[in-house]
Every structure is written in structure tokens, then in C-alpha cells.
Design a protein around this ligand. Structure first.
Ligand SMILES: Cc1ncc(COP(=O)(O)O)c(C=O)c1O
Length: 387
């Protein structure tokens, strides 16, 4: 069994999640914000990076054949998608690659669609490129589970959207989209001439019984780009390595030419080493992490159900990010986050994702840390509700 109970020594290491706590006004608060984890990365990954460091090869490198085989192997065995290794386009991160893709495949003023509430850099990437942001709101059911509004989506796509960014699994509402939902999105994009860019960075982090369906398998792969990375799964975001999977050779060529003309390179060579090791040796670590995270999610749900049922929680199907409805406090999410920080827990303000009735809680941490944080969070919200 791997150890997820021991905290990684992150404070003072430059970790944004820990070392920027002072910016919120409480440098002793426990951090439940930035989407990375607070236990160690898999030992197989650390060993591979250490071995590479002892060989001292730090010059210019390009992803090797064995790297690409490892990426393709993971995608085949974990996600049931047979890819050609030529389709793999390595990069230094999903957000920067999204920005490249938006700028490469659309023109200033073109419409780009996102489904809100959603990971905030999506809107940033679109707006800073001078494209027109189209927001297709997700709808929340009586069971607090979110769904897509396909009628609205179709209307938006028909209005001339050139590119849609799908977040799958979805940060922050925690949905793992079903095969039917993903296929419907892909069909609609194909029908209306929009490029579908599916950000699947969270695809390995699944709660029990959940099965991720990649947009790559939706049957319309000519207009699909899947973006993924080992960074969330294995906690190696700082190593700057991600992968686009682009079945359409013309799209691949266009993106390669666009990046080359702007002198863009990557990924980091130690990131590639870590990625290859993770995808080759860490399937069991990934399964055990999912089990651990599902225990953490259960802890959160039970604590709120018993002590503060007024806070509704979107059912967590995938990702390690929980979406909590704090509207019964009568306060907006910024005010609630300020109170929570003073009480000892830093969460993300839902406003940045597009809904200020919510806060986002990252549960990828040792259970002891979560238990301590939960007590402060529930006590603080109870007080805010006058309980
Ligand atoms: C949906 C989603 N995409 C992308 C990223 C960031 O990816 P990267 O660090 O590779 O830019 C995150 C990080 O939280 C995310 O949740």
C-alpha cells in the first residue's frame, strides 16, 4: 500500500498553495485551494527523476520513442483509446497549449465557447486572445448534480462558434461526462463546424464506479483535440509536461507550424522522464490514490450531512475538487472565503469560476489535514448561518 497519510514537506518549498497563504492574510491557514496534492508523488516517479539527475543530461532533448509509447500505452489501457504515437504533441502545460490552440485555429473576434461555471483560465485564454467568449451555462439538478443544456449548446454552436473547450472531467462541478454526453457534444461540434478541444487533465481521478469516456473515442476525431497530462494524477505540475492528442494530421501540422514560428518549445526534460515513469509504473498508485480520495470525499459529505446539511455539495464523480453551495449563509463567496481564511482554511472563491454562491474545496491531502480543516470550515460556516 502506498502512503497518502504523510504530508509532503511543502511549506517553504516555493509551493504556491502553501507559500502564498500570507497573501490571503493568514499564513498559518491550511490550504485547500490550488489544484495540486499535499502527499508525496509516487516513489517510482521520484526514483526516475533522481536517476535522470545522476546521469546529468540537462541539454536540449526531445521526447523519445519510449516516452511516446508510454503515453500511448496509458491511454490504451486506462482510457480504451488506441492512438498512433504520431498523434502525440507534447507541451509544457495545458493552459499554455490551450492558448496556442485558440490563437492558432481561430481569428480575433471569433466565438469560443466554454461551459460555466468552469476552471477560470479558460475564459482568460479566450479573452486575452481577443476572441469572443460564449458562455454555455451548466444546469444544476435537484440532486445538486450538473448537466449540460444541449438545447442551449446547439443554439450557441449554430450562432457561429469556431471552437469549444470541454472540461472533462469537469472542474469545479465534479462531473464525469457519460459516453452519451461526450458523443452528443462531439456530434454537435462536428455538425456546426466547431473544433472541439477537450481538456482531460483530470481523466485519471475517478470516484468508485465512474468511467471516463474520452472525446477521442467519440467517433468524430477529425475535429477533436484532446489535451491531457500526468500533472494532476501524479502531482508533478511543476515539472511542466503535458500532451495533446491530435488525430487529424492537418491540425497537427498547422499547430506545429504556428508554435515553431513563435519559437515555442517543450516539454521540460525531467518532466518527460517523470511522465514516462508515471505512465509505465504507477497504475496501482493511481488506483490507490482514487480509493484514498474517495475516502476523503466521503468524510466531507458525512461531516456536512451530520453537522451542516444546509451546505449542499455537488456529487463528486471525478477530480479531487468539491463544489460547495454556501448560499444559505446569505453571503457571497468572497466574504465566505475571507471568513474561512481567518478561521484557518483557504478555499477557492466560486466567483472566479462563474458562480459566487459556491466555494471550491481541494481534498487531495492527507486525511489528518482534511479532518482539521473540515472542523474549522464547518464551525465557521455554522457561525455564519447563526447556528
Ligand atoms: C481543467 C484544468 N485544466 C488545466 C489545468 C492546469 O494545467 P497546466 O498546469 O498544465 O496548465 C488545471 C489545473 O487546475 C485544470 O483544472
Amino acid at each position: 500500500m502506498y502512503d497518502f497519510d504523510t504530508p509532503a514537506p511543502r511549506a517553504g518549498s516555493g509551493a504556491i498553495k502553501w507559500d502564498m497563504r500570507g497573501d490571503f492574510g493568514n499564513e498559518n491557514a491550511l490550504p485547500f485551494w490550488v489544484a495540486d496534492s499535499d502527499y508525496m508523488s509516487p516513489p517510482e516517479v521520484t526514483d526516475a527523476v533522481r536517476d535522470a539527475a545522476t546521469r546529468c543530461v540537462f541539454g536540449y532533448t526531445a521526447p523519445t520513442r519510449s516516452y511516446k509509447n508510454a503515453v500511448a500505452g496509458w491511454i490504451r489501457t486506462r482510457h480504451g483509446w488506441e492512438i498512433d504515437t504520431d498523434w502525440i504533441v507534447p507541451s509544457i502545460g495545458i493552459v499554455s497549449e490551450l492558448s496556442n490552440i485558440v490563437r492558432c485555429f481561430t481569428l480575433p473576434g471569433d466565438k469560443v465557447l466554454i461551459q460555466t461555471p468552469v476552471y477560470d483560465p479558460f475564459a482568460g485564454v479566450v479573452k486575452t486572445a481577443g476572441r469572443t467568449l460564449v458562455e454555455n451555462r451548466l444546469v444544476r439538478g435537484g440532486d445538486d448534480r450538473y448537466a449540460m443544456d444541449f438545447a442551449d449548446l446547439e443554439r450557441d454552436l449554430r450562432s457561429g462558434v469556431r471552437l469549444m473547450i470541454l472540461c472533462s472531467p469537469h472542474n469545479p462541478v465534479g462531473r464525469v461526462w457519460t459516453r452519451d454526453e461526450v458523443c452528443r457534444v462531439a456530434e454537435l461540434c462536428a455538425e456546426h463546424g466547431a473544433l472541439l478541444v477537450s481538456d482531460e487533465i483530470h481523466w485519471d481521478i475517478l470516484m468508485p464506479g465512474q468511467c471516463h469516456f474520452t472525446a477521442g473515442n467519440a467517433g468524430t476525431s477529425d475535429n477533436v483535440i484532446v489535451l491531457t497530462a500526468p500533472s494532476k494524477t501524479f502531482n508533478i505540475a511543476g515539472l511542466k509536461c503535458s500532451n495533446g492528442i491530435i488525430p487529424n494530421a492537418a491540425l497537427r501540422r498547422k499547430l506545429a507550424a504556428w508554435k515553431e514560428s513563435r519559437h515555442m518549445e517543450g516539454p521540460n526534460n525531467l518532466g518527460a522522464v517523470a511522465c514516462e515513469a508515471a505512465y509505465t509504473h504507477c497504475a496501482r498508485w493511481c488506483d490507490e490514490q482514487n480509493e484514498y480520495l474517495s475516502g476523503n470525499a466521503k468524510l466531507v459529505c458525512e461531516a456536512f450531512a451530520q453537522r451542516l446539511p444546509e451546505v449542499r455539495i455537488a456529487p463528486l464523480e471525478g477530480t479531487y475538487l468539491m463544489w460547495l453551495d454556501i448560499s444559505r449563509t446569505g453571503l457571497d463567496s468572497r466574504t465566505v472565503c475571507e471568513k474561512l481564511t481567518r478561521a484557518g482554511a483557504i478555499l477557492n472563491d466560486g466567483r472566479r469560476y462563474g458562480d459566487d454562491r459556491f466555494v471550491r474545496l481541494n481534498i487531495a491531502c492527507p486525511r489528518g489535514q482534511l479532518t482539521t480543516g473540515l472542523s474549522s470550515i464547518i464551525a465557521c460556516l455554522s457561525e455564519a448561518m447563526g447556528k
